[in-house]
Design a protein around this ligand. Structure first.
Ligand code: ACO
Length: 428
């Protein structure tokens, strides 16, 4: 295999290096092209652009493969858990027993939020969306721990073991505090003897002073959802985090930006949109066929379907589809919208429109059904996605802080007005 590619522009020839990934994928390195030729590349939406070299997560969207640090997602889903996978993403390798215990304790130690962070949540307007409050809550958290968020890369890296454990822990407490605040209730304190998800569920649903036992099926379903969301390489929110980190900003600020990016309905907000869509279909008496027709005519989108990278079944959706049955059985919940989701999937996967465009269920298609069965309100779904994605965002922050040399700064092709004279307002 050649290690260069040749490009001809007019009568000029340019030799461009090829970069090979460990999974044999090839990229043409155009980083010096503009300097040599004055020409830039154009890739609207970055669908064909590698923005970085990364060692964290591998996706083969055509084959439906997802691996964290070389471990297949299905194997991690079966054998690992959220905190162990978080350690793996952050540190590159699975922890020893001692390392895992140390990490768990460090995370547990940061579960209760500083009083001023709780005050900042309580000061938000009642109607503020939980994602907006989460983003500002992360910034407030950084304000409470200024020693971990200095914007001095060397210092922020030195404290990263602490700040990453703090953020992974506190993001779930922020979520619970946001929910409790929307009900006008106080947040109960955590119990260091309980697991990550047990503490979260207790903070969400117990009244202060209560400690309701969490059924293991509930805890494991939530842990699985967090694990499956933990990283997904250069998606919209992670790229946003990396972009912010490339300017030297600290982990709190970078993740606050990631949360904002995740909020949109085409990204993390899709898990809310799926439930809204399924409820509407259910209420209208449609079995799904009418909705599929309207999606084909471009009148709506089949939410939870399609993915920029997967042109095959999203491996996370496959795992969640099976987990859905188990979780609902264990909870003794029957979900009419699960039947509709299955029917929609069946209809779509046999329809030439979806087949030709390679549109399959993505992670959001089944996750919302489980979250709803676990008792989470729909407007918290994207917040739950953010809790899961936190270790991934932090791992990418660390990768940039350790290796990133340049601030990220794409170029553009300007298509606006050319130079024109300014007219005084009375002459316009
Ligand atoms: N329903 C119906 N048609 C669709 C859907 C869908 N969900 N997704 C894509 N298409 C169609 C488009 O209309 C387009 O058709 P055309 O070629 O006739 O114009 C074609 O498929 C390609 O669509 P794009 O929008 O160009 O695909 P892109 O890769 O840019 O978008 C995206 C990916 C945003 C995820 C899209 O599939 C979508 O909107 N899906 C629904 C929202 C969703 O589930 N988002 C969650 C993504 S996963 C995540 O972020 C965790």
């Amino acid at each position: 295999m050649a290690d260069t590619a040749n490009l001809e522009i007019g009568d000029q020839k340019y030799s461009l290096n090829l970069i090979k990934g460990t999974e044999q994928e090839l990229a043409v390195d155009i980083s010096k092209l503009r300097k040599e030729s004055r020409v830039i590349t154009f890739d609207d939406g970055y669908g064909n652009t590698g923005s970085c070299e990364s060692e964290i997560t591998f996706i083969d969207g055509d084959k439906g493969i997802l691996r964290y640090r070389g471990y297949d997602i299905a194997e991690l889903a079966e054998k690992s858990n959220f905190l162990e996978s978080a350690y793996l993403l952050l540190n590159g390798n699975l922890p020893s027993g001692g390392e895992l215990d140390g990490f768990r304790q460090r995370v547990a130690g940061y579960c209760d939020l500083p009083a001023e962070v709780l005050t900042s949540i309580r000061s938000q307007p009642a109607g503020a969306h939980p994602m907006a409050v989460l983003s500002s809550g992360l910034q407030a958290l950084g304000g409470s721990y200024p020693q971990y968020g200095t914007n001095d890369r060397k210092k922020d890296l030195e404290s990263f073991d602490e700040s990453s454990a703090l953020i992974i822990s506190a993001v779930r407490s922020l979520a619970a505090a946001i929910y409790k605040n929307s009900l006008g209730e106080d947040l109960s304190s955590s119990d260091p003897g309980r697991t990550y998800c047990e503490n979260f569920l207790s903070m969400m649903f117990d009244k202060p002073g209560e400690s309701t036992p969490v059924p293991s099926a509930v805890e494991s379903a939530l842990d699985l959802i967090f694990l499956l969301h933990a990283d997904h390489e250069q998606n919209c929110s992670t790229s946003t985090c990396r972009m912010i980190a490339s300017g030297g900003a600290n982990p709190f600020a970078s993740l606050a930006g990631g949360v904002s990016a995740l909020w949109g309905p085409l990204h993390g907000g899709a898990n809310m949109a799926v439930i809204k869509m399924l409820d509407e279909i259910h209420e209208s008496g449609d079995d799904g066929s009418r909705f599929v027709e309207s999606a084909k005519q471009g009148k709506s989108r089949l939410m939870g379907f399609g993915h920029r990278v997967y042109r095959n079944y999203d491996p996370r959706a496959k795992i969640l589809k099976n987990a859905c049955d188990q979780a609902l059985d264990a909870l003794g919940v029957s979900s009419p919208i699960l039947q509709i989701a299955r029917r929609l999937e069946e209809v779509a996967l046999e329809d030439p429109y979806f087949i030709q465009r390679k549109l399959y269920p993505n992670v959001d298609f089944y996750s919302g059904i489980i979250l709803q069965a676990l008792g989470f309100p729909t407007n918290m779904f994207t917040v739950l996605f953010a809790i899961g994605r936190t270790p991934g965002w932090l791992s990418h922050w660390k990768e940039i802080a350790e290796n990133g040399k340049k601030i990220h700064r794409p170029r553009q092709i300007y298509q606006g007005e050319t130079l024109r004279p300014y007219l005084p307002v009375e002459d316009r």
